[in-house]
Every structure is written in structure tokens, then in C-alpha cells.
Design a protein around this ligand. Structure first.
Ligand code: DPN
Ligand code: ZN
Length: 314
């Protein structure tokens, strides 16, 4: 069979970016390769789990003036919600404050207290939204997927080889302010311990058919591609440039990747509410995140507590 010539990743990325933002640009989906057998056993996380977190972000916005933006009460309520879940699950959490445009912002960092602290695998998402709406896809979706992955690690009582760290960033929408602050305030000796940073920004868009996988690191991107391939879902290389928090880590010389869902007609709009995301899409995003966490941190098979449902991926 003659294969289609693969476009340069920058060209594909520009097309996908246009599609994600609802611009009229035809990004051509690659067909899904056949499922590949993979050895990692990450948990099969029900889509309803991350949907429940996304619903909480919607409720928080609705009861705080309709948004979760930097400096607004809906932001702090979002951080408190995520922190309470993590604390109850046994994470070591830190709320890091910073000041921007006359308002206090917060990053939330959570370490799973297992594994080698000198080898960190980091998953993160921005927790703020724009003032225009509740920010459920951008980025309640990524915040929920990362939260649910962390909670799955706790439920499994996982004993990874490496340290798993999770981050929720403030003021991304104003220029990656929170994640830049975090990285710039890390001593060089701590930065060098971060093996990988994976970013989850806009991962719940309704009707997603093709998943965007950041092209920044071919090694890390391959892990996501492997997950989606195992599910028969097509992927496309996505050159997101410096438009989200992975860029703060990349600038410090850290290997980065991430994923993004498809077209979002409510991007930065009032209609980016709970009806703007889709359960099955959230399920795939969350399980892709968990697959990467399990694989990259080296969570051994059989790490589950008795009774925890496991199934092989692939
Ligand atoms: N979510 C966008 C923002 O925070 O403004 C950045 C972005 C664009 C992320 C396109 C993914 C895809
Ligand atoms: Zn975003």
C-alpha cells in the first residue's frame, strides 16, 4: 500500500492549531494505525471520574461570577478544591503564591511520596481560565485529567521507580505567569531532577476525532502516540510553540510533551461550559495521562491494591 507523504511537523501543527481554535484550515487526519501490543498496565479510569471534577469547576465558576480567572474568587476556589482532593489522597501539596497585575495567584504542586526524588516525572495543567466564561475545556479539562491521574496513583498505592509530581498553574492565560514563576524559582539542582514535563491544556473538546501530540520531544510524544494507537485513535503531531505551560519547562532545558483535543468553537468564550466537553474525550485524555505516568515513572505491574480493577493497555 502506498503511504501518504508525511508533512513536516510544523506544517501539521499549524493546521491542527487552526482546527483546534475553530479556524477554517483543513488539517488532514492521519488514519489510525493498527493497535500495537504494549506492556504497561495502567488503570482503566472511568470517564465519569474526570467528568465529576470538570463539573466541580463548572459549579465553582457558576457560584463565583461565571469564571475562574486569575485574581478572581473562582480561581482560589478551584485551587482549594484540587488541594483538598490531593491532601485527602495522601499527596504532599504546596500552594505557591505569586503576585501579578496587582493580584495574588497560586500554583498548586503535589508530590506522590514514593520513588526516587532525584528523577521526577511531572504532569501539569493550567488551572486558570479567561474572564469571559467558566473555562471548562480551557482548562478545567486538563486540570481534571491531571487530578484524576494523581488520584488513580493514590488509589493504586503505586510504588513507582521515579517520583511523580503534579502541578496546576495560575495565570497561564496572562502569559504562562505561574509556571514561569515556578520554574524560575527552582534551584538549578532541582530543575535538573525533572526528567519530563507533560502538559494537558484543552483535552476535552466535544467531537474530538484526532488527538494532537506535542512534537517537542519525540521520545515523550511516542508514549502518547502508543496509548492512542492502542485504542485505535488517530493522532497528529502538534507544534504548539510557546502557547502553554510546557514552554516554561522547555526553556529550562527540560524534555516536554503534551496532548490536545480537537476543535473548540467556545475557545475563550462564555460557552466554554460543561456542555462544551464530552465524557468519552475526557476519558481518553485521562487514560492517556495515566498511561504516560505509569510508563515514564515505572510503576510495576501488580502495584494495585487487591480489588483495584486493572487491564492491560493494548
Ligand atoms: N489553551 C490555550 C490557552 O491557554 O489560551 C493554548 C492552547 C491553544 C492550548 C491550542 C492547546 C491548543
Ligand atoms: Zn489553555
Amino acid at each position: 500500500m502506498k503511504r501518504k507523504r508525511v508533512l513536516g511537523s510544523a506544517a501539521i501543527g499549524a493546521g491542527l492549531l487552526a482546527a483546534l481554535l475553530g479556524l477554517p484550515n483543513g488539517a488532514v487526519a492521519q488514519s489510525a494505525p493498527p493497535p500495537a501490543a504494549v506492556a504497561v498496565q495502567s488503570p482503566d479510569i472511568p470517564a465519569a471520574n474526570s467528568m465529576a471534577h470538570a463539573q466541580q469547576f463548572q459549579t465553582i465558576a457558576s457560584s463565583n461570577g461565571g469564571n475562574r480567572a486569575h485574581g478572581r474568587p473562582g480561581y482560589r476556589a478551584s485551587a482549594d478544591f484540587v488541594k483538598a482532593k490531593l491532601d485527602a489522597a495522601g499527596f504532599q501539596t504546596t500552594l505557591q503564591s505569586f503576585s501579578y497585575q496587582g493580584a495574588t495567584g497560586w500554583n498548586l504542586i503535589a508530590d506522590w511520596p514514593q520513588g526516587d526524588p532525584n528523577q521526577v516525572v511531572f504532569l501539569g495543567a493550567h488551572l486558570d481560565g479567561v474572564p469571559a466564561g467558566p473555562g471548562v475545556n480551557d482548562n478545567g479539562s486538563g486540570s481534571s485529567a491531571v487530578l484524576e491521574t494523581a488520584l488513580a496513583v493514590a488509589r493504586a498505592n503505586a510504588k513507582p521507580t521515579k517520583r511523580l509530581r503534579f502541578g496546576w498553574w495560575g495565570a497561564e492565560e496572562l502569559g504562562l505567569i505561574g509556571s514561569k514563576y515556578y520554574v524560575q524559582n527552582l534551584p538549578a539542582s532541582e530543575r535538573s531532577k525533572i526528567n519530563a514535563y507533560l502538559n494537558f491544556d484543552m483535552v476535552g473538546a466535544k467531537g474530538t476525532r484526532t488527538w494532537g501530540v506535542y512534537t517537542d520531544s519525540s521520545t515523550l510524544s511516542a508514549v502518547f502516540t502508543e496509548y492512542f494507537r492502542s485504542k485505535g485513535l488517530p493522532t497528529q503531531g502538534f507544534n504548539i510553540g510557546a502557547r502553554s505551560d510546557h514552554a516554561s519547562f522547555k526553556s529550562a532545558g527540560i524534555q516536554v510533551s503534551g496532548i490536545a483535543s480537537g476543535n473548540d468553537p467556545c475557545y475563550h468564550a462564555r460557552c466554554d461550559d460543561i456542555n462544551n466537553i464530552e465524557s468519552s474525550v475526557m476519558g481518553h485524555a485521562t487514560n492517556a495521562a495515566a498511561y504516560a505516568a505509569w510508563k515514564l515513572a515505572g510503576i510495576p505491574e501488580g502495584a494495585a491494591l487487591p480489588g483495584t480493577p486493572y487491564r492491560p493497555v493494548g
